[in-house]
Every structure is written in C-alpha cells, then in structure tokens.
Design a protein around this ligand. Structure first.
Ligand code: IPD
Length: 267
C-alpha cells in the first residue's frame, strides 16, 4: 500500500495546482453561481471548476480511491481510502477578495464519515499567503516544511479563540448566544471566515483554541489532522471525534477548559 508520505505528496501537488487555478480565476473576477443551505451560502464558478480539477488529478493519480467533495458529491472506491476535498474553504472571503481562503485535501481510511474514519494525510493551502500546512498521521505537522506546534497552555482569560458561524439565520443567532456566554471570559474572539485555516492557526500557535458548530466534514478533514499532529486536542461533542455537531481544538488544557465553558442553549 502507498505510504502516507506518498499520499501527502500527491495531496500537496494537487492542492498547489488547485490553488494556482483558483487564484487565476479570482483575478478574473468571482461571481456567485448558486446558493446552497441559504441565500448567503454561496458557491462560485471557481469552487466548481477547482473541485473539477482536483477530482480529475486525483482520478489520474489514485483512480481506485473514493472521493467526497463539497461541490460534486461522493464516489465509493475499492481501496478503502477516500479523498475529502474542499476546493475553496472561505468562499465568502474569496468572493469579496479577502486574501484568506484555502484549498483543503485529506485522505482518509474507512467510510467517508468523520465519526469513524482515520485521516492518514492532509494539506491545507492558504493560496493567497503561500502557506502550505501539512500533516501525516504519526509524523507531525508542518508549515511550508517546518514543524509547527500548538501554543503553550494559557488560562482562558488569556486565550485568543477562533470560531465561525453557519449560513442559516436561526443557527447564527444560536451561535451568537453561545458567543455572548464566553466572550467575557477569554482574551478575545476571531472570526476569520475559513474554518480549515482556523484549525491550522491553532496548529501553529496563532490561536489558542477554536470551536464551531455545524461544519461539514470537508471543512475540517485535513485541518483536524494537522492540528492534532501539532499537539492539539481535536474533539467533538462529549469528547468524541470532531463532527458536524462540534469541532473544538486547542492545547489539551485550553480545549478542555473551553469545552467546559461552552454551552449550547438549543440542546
Ligand atoms: C465555511 C467557512 C467558515 C465557517 C463556515 C463554513 P465554506 O466554509 O469555513 O469559516 O464558519 O461554517 O461553512 O462555505 O467557505 O467552504
């Protein structure tokens, strides 16, 4: 079976080509092509074209693996491996020309379900900043080839916390209630608009912790591995695996303290 490092090389090469393509498309101008869960949950033509490119390149390099992508759905493979892809995470940043969006590619073993899969390798490319975050299972995490690690533990009062909001109005209001409950107890909050990069920010010590409810598996598949290989706890509800219900990440002590502070009023 192909080694994890070879899988990482494939993911890195394809993410680099996809990031170049998406950047060229952005220069030509980005427009909304359709909306998904709400009118503000948009997809651009570039999301679709970039995923098409990634899918084609993966089909050449790894024709028998499965695929799960944000824009083009899933396909079952015969190898037990599947590629989980968000062609442009941070679509709204991309649309507005805010240079903070990413191509995210993970390869996982098992069913394409974050509750049960084992991520083997993952890359998150912040294309506008030329920053490639990478990890292989058991091999640590890196930024542009140099090892990265989570920040030292700090009390919550000194912790900079990242989060994000969903696209459905009611959910956003509930998320704001949660935020109101914690904002007085932490250093400050960041909402940067790209979940995969938030998790990579935890991995590289730029954030002390991150949490969000309602992510999709492709938003965190690669970055959860990168954060955990960098020494973070990456968990979901009740300390289980990260999921669409909850992703919480940080230095183990900080993630623990944050999990105790967070309350979800709608449950
Ligand atoms: C979104 C971003 C955002 C997060 C949302 C995601 P998309 O992904 O990662 O930061 O708060 O929950 O849906 O739509 O840009 O791929």
């Amino acid at each position: 079976m192909t080694g994890h490092k070879e899988l990482l090389r494939i993911a890195s090469d394809i993410a680099t080509r996809a990031g170049e393509r998406a950047a060229v498309l952005r220069q030509a101008g980005a427009e909304v092509a359709a909306s998904k869960s709400s009118e503000t949950d948009v997809v651009t033509a570039a999301d679709r074209e970039t995923e098409r490119l990634i899918r084609e390149l993966l089909a050449e390099a790894r024709p028998d693996d499965g695929f799960l992508g944000e824009e083009s759905g899933d396909a079952t493979g015969s190898t037990g491996l599947a590629w989980v892809v968000d062609p442009i995470d941070g679509t709204v940043n991309y649309l507005y020309g805010i240079p903070h969006w990413a191509v995210s590619i993970a390869v996982v073993e098992g069913d394409p379900d974050p509750a049960t899969w084992t991520a083997l390798a993952g890359v998150v490319l912040n294309a506008p900043a030329d920053e490639l975050f990478t990890a292989v299972r058991g091999g640590g995490a890196a930024l542009n080839g140099t090892g990265i690690h989570v920040a030292e533990a700090v009390p919550l009062a000194q912790a900079l916390i990242g989060t994000g909001f969903g696209y459905v109005a009611e959910r956003r209001e509930q998320q704001t209630d949660v935020l109101r409950g914690i904002i007085g107890s932490v250093r400050d909050i960041r909402r940067m608009g790209t979940a995969s990069l938030d998790l990579c920010a935890v991995a590289s010590g730029r954030l002390n912790a991150y949490y969000e409810w309602g992510l999709n598996a492709w938003d965190f598949a690669a970055a959860a591995l990168i954060a955990s290989e960098a020494g973070a706890t990456v968990a979901g509800e009740a300390g289980g695996p990260p999921s669409s219900d909850l992703v919480i990440a940080g230095h183990p002590e900080v993630a623990d303290a944050l999990a105790r502070l967070l309350r979800k009023p709608w449950m």
